[in-house]
Design a protein around this ligand. Sequence first.
Ligand code: ADP
Ligand code: MG
Length: 703
Amino acid sequence: MHTILDTEITYLPGVGPKKAALLNEELGIQTFADLLFHFPYRYIDRSKFYKISELHKDLPYIQVKGKFTHFETSSIGKGRKKLTGYFGDETGIVEIIWFQSTNWIQSSLKKTSEYVIFGKPTSFGNQINIVHPDIEDYNKWQNKLVNALYPQYSSTEKLNQSYLNSKAIQKLVDTLLKKVKGQIYETLPVYLRTQYNLKSLEESLFEIHFPTSVAILNQAQYRIKFEELFYIQLNLIQAKQRRKESSVGFVFDRSNDKLVKECFFRKIPFDLTNAQTRVLQEIRQDLISGKQMNRLLQGDVGSGKTLVALLTALIAIDNGYQACIMAPTEILAQQHYRSISKFLDGLDVNIDLLTGSVKKKARTRIHEQLVSGKLNLLIGTHAVIEDTVVFNNLGMVVIDEQHRFGVEQRAKLWKKNNLPPHIMIMTATPIPRTLAMTLYGDLDVSVIDELPPGRTKIITKHFKDSDRLRVFGFIKKQIALGRQTYVVFPLISESENMDYKDLEDGVEGYSRAFPIPDYQISVLHGRMKPDQKEISMNIFEKGQTDIMIATTVVEVGVDVPNASLMIIESAERFGLSQLHQLRGRVGRGSDQSYCFLMTGEKLSESAYNRILCMVNSTDGFEIAETDLKLRGPGDLEGKQQSGFTFDLKMANLSRDGQLLQYVKDIATEILEKDPELTESENHVLAVQLKEQNKGKIDFSKIS
Ligand code: ADP
Ligand code: MG
């Protein structure tokens, strides 16, 4: 559908090719629509007057009312002049300064008239002044006070240099709105607008660029937010519905529960937590539904997801199918292999490990046993999605730490069968509910919100580098108690222009403070060969070393219950979710565990807030909410992986969570009544969805 809004911006009077190129480069504005949706980032209240005595240089654009007392002209060289007007109200006097058109300005301003001055206070010496302000006669100003809210558009230095500042952009928008008036295509159905009291798109756009009042502006902004979030939900919910309808799945019957029972009663030495039991029931429901399962399992570090994965895999195997558990790193895959092998010891299950470092001969054997069906359970890394890996009858795929797998990789795995296997994705990165709803709206979500009993809360403390001796003393005490310590560095080796500690330096420092033979240190980082890594991990796991100095490769999967202390060096360098993941490496045994966050002396405000959040909370979901508030949703992990991209101009996922839930319910209701949006009243919805999904791969179709 082509409308006037698709016209290239260069055809707008006042733009032209040069400015069009700039607008495109600097603000991504290519079409009329792009300019219309380039919203002001704030408004200045022009109904409020400052007193002159209140002015200081840190104020934004403000407004004062008063009279000129006198003018002065001075020469500033090269024939140029400066005009200073002394402008006063009952509280004081401010200098108003011009460098251009000085004669004309002085002659046009009268000392008898009252004026409104609008500009940005600056300071020169001790003097506050306003340079080149907007000036209006107070009487005239009063007559046109409709635009009490004055929009400010974001601009850039380059744009400012080319005279495309906020005011110029406002002028372009004004021209554009006049040009397209009456031709802005409405993107929400009438019945929705009536029912939920939403302004038309055209009215909203006019109001947002030229507000008539705070109240109406709010309504206009609400309409745009509503629409943005509503379409995200409509899109996701429809994709989910379609997937459910189209995707026939294997039926795994409960009556076959042989291995599940054996493993459960003979091998697992503890009871499942309530949360684990509930999640397994949710999975069961999917597996007997006849539809393909696509489930996201969220659970904090240490909440026992591996066990759920194992039991889920066993259900498939009990039903005569193969299962596959995929991990993002070699270490994690090995870890899973070891712990799962332990649970399966003595049971009639063939299990193997496939990673990049498996040698040719073993690899060939695995390939053969997969095709023949002899192998029941394959654990591995990316290596399992290579084309050469062919299953006999893959019934269940569990993907751990999903955020490291792209959607495309998942899709590849889906395609290994005629009928897609059931899929469960596990993530230990708790995602705030609002975000989960948008990122993974096309998946069903289960949450393990309970840790196994007997865990003690990890004590988290913040130390500055100057406290290092005390920290070393504490490590020695822990080692004397027979416990082990992790030390994590953000970098392997020194890098330029960064103040952060690196692992190579760290190993030296720690080796001096913890000398052989009294202390043993392991080292683990991404540049080591896989077999070196394994040796290093193994000796630490067996308790042969006291300290493990590592980079974030220990972030996932390493499970050493005897480790009770996690030291994170240059903790200010890490994001919240990463800090939380790292901390999750300790507190796995019954001993009191600790996490020490080491930082430099000076911290930025946001770094300080992150540290504070870690010290105060051990709840992954709470931390994720804080993370969302501190960072905004823009760069959270997993955004690209959703397969849906969304470009929010008005709504904000960290602030508009309630509205998101509200529109979700509305979208659900609409799709329940009219799943394919074929009713005429919903025509506009179908058109918009198609428009939004243009050029996007529909990953929900692949799964
Ligand atoms: P994560 O969710 O981080 O993958 P794991 O599955 O690695 O957590 O579990 C962490 C530890 O808790 C493991 O040692 C596991 O054996 C143990 N565990 C799992 N479930 C329970 C339970 N219900 N009761 C006691 N311990 C459990
Ligand atoms: Mg895990």
